[in-house]
Design a protein around this ligand. Structure first.
Ligand SMILES: [Zn+2]
Length: 69
């Protein structure tokens, strides 16, 4: 909460979602989860709270990410 800066507020980059984003991630991490994005060309993906939760859930269940890094 304390780090919140309204000037930086952006909407979530997941297709069909207009929530305010809370996190930004490298697009490769997000594409790996199979989530569909508004702008697949972007380097950074902004996720709202709900989609970040979803992202974490998906990425946790795939061991693929661990083996790459
Ligand atoms: Zn969202």
């Amino acid at each position: 909460m304390a780090m919140r800066r309204e000037a930086d507020a952006r909407s979530c980059d997941v297709a069909g979602c207009d929530e305010v984003s809370e996190r930004s991630l490298n697009i490769k991490q997000v594409v790996d989860t199979g989530m569909s994005l508004k702008d697949p060309e972007a380097r950074t993906v902004h996720l709202c709270r709900e989609h970040y939760k979803e992202y974490k859930k998906i990425s946790k269940s795939s061991r693929k990410l661990d083996s790459i890094y």
